[in-house]
Write a protein that binds this ligand. Structure first.
Ligand code: MF3
Ligand code: CO
Ligand code: CO
Length: 331
């Protein structure tokens, strides 16, 4: 099998010292960079705008020893819990209410600091302190080795963006994904925010993504299969000409951050688990202006859209009740 060599510049351009996209084996800056810049200039500022690049990640933040930690805090590897039922006991549900409320409060607090000029690392520091003030541990810290207390996903970053020294810019959109480990359970929520003045297309993306979460939540009904949720979300996204990310799903949550229960945000007929009162899971659609494809940066975490289009996300943790969904991540 031969590898096809692209004949025109891809949506996401190489760094100056990376190999050129044309396959010449020469550094991009010595090859097509000049020509691409001229072409981009002809097409106008939209195309010339360059994507998010990895910044510098600050040293790991400490958590005081008196704060109870999840099992993976030291090793990075969560312990396998094999036959974990997805129905939560009244005790776990009561603790989930507290953890989820705390997560929603932290999200509000951190979001109030979003403005042009603040770095995502500064947002991480604020989040980290907010968890600790509540007696909670930052669930993401060392989870499978994740280095920070918060995920910050800017513009074309779909999810799992690592806070770094990049300052937010006027016109950016940023998802803040908060997870706190409190009272032995995890509460997980996220929302996408505008940084200063944002273009209309991005405003529409964020509005439709919020609606996708809402229609997903409305599809939560005991006795119905999990696939109803993704079917509702995908229909709403399709009607609005945007796409649903397929690589990342919602998940069961409780004493474990991510249980084996997956919640696809697109229609997946095999997601045939029947929703039952007492189940707790997240719904967290990631919606792209362009195609649903993604790639992952060399850091092993940051997921970006394959075509460089913007992506937004909203997330709640939900309890299934006789009536439908009880949203736990409310302040
Ligand atoms: N909070 C994310 C979720 O919604 C998970 C982040 S895991 C991390 O499931 F390791 F990337 F931080
Ligand atoms: Co989350
Ligand atoms: Co989640």
């Amino acid at each position: 099998m031969t590898t096809a060599v692209p004949r025109s510049a891809p949506a996401v351009l190489p760094g100056p010292n990376d190999a050129c996209w044309c396959g010449s084996g020469t550094k991009y800056k010595k090859c097509h960079r000049g020509a691409d810049a001229v072409e981009a200039r002809k097409k106008g500022p939209e195309v010339a705008r360059k994507g998010i690049r990895p910044g510098v990640i600050s040293p790991r933040r400490d958590v005081p020893m008196n704060i109870p930690r999840p099992d993976y805090a030291l090793t990075g590897r969560p312990q396998r819990r094999s036959s974990d039922s997805e129905i939560r006991s009244p005790d776990v549900i009561a603790r989930m209410r507290r953890a989820c409320k705390a997560a929603a409060e932290v999200l509000q607090e951190v979001a109030s600091h979003v403005r042009p000029g603040i770095t995502t690392d500064e947002l991480d520091a604020i989040t980290h302190e907010a968890y600790i003030r509540r007696g909670g541990y930052p669930s993401t810290l060392n989870y499978h080795g994740f280095p920070k207390s918060l995920c910050t996903s800017v513009n074309e970053v779909i999810c799992h963006g690592i806070p770094d020294n990049r300052a937010l810019e006027d016109g950016d959109i940023v998802n803040l994904d908060i997870t706190i480990f409190l009272d032995g359970v995890h509460g997980d929520c996220s929302a996408t925010y505008f940084v200063g003045n944002v273009d209309e297309e991005s405003q529409r993306l964020v509005k439709v993504t919020r609606e996708c979460l809402d229609v997903g939540i409305a599809a939560v009904k005991p006795g119905r299969p999990i696939s109803d949720i993704g079917r509702a979300i995908e229909a709403h996204a399709t009607q609005n000409g945007v796409s649903v990310v397929r690589a990342y799903c919602g998940h069961g949550i409780g004493e474990t951050f991510h249980t084996s229960l997956q919640i696809p945000h697109y229609y997946e007929p095999d997601a045939d688990t029947i929703m039952e009162p007492g189940m707790i899971f997240t719904v967290e659609p990631m919606i792209n202006l362009g195609g649903w494809g993604h790639r992952t940066w060399d850091d092993g975490w940051t997921a970006v859209t394959a075509d460089g289009s913007r992506s937004a996300q909203f997330e709640h943790t939900l309890l299934v009740t006789e009536q439908g969904a009880d949203i736990l991540t409310v302040a």
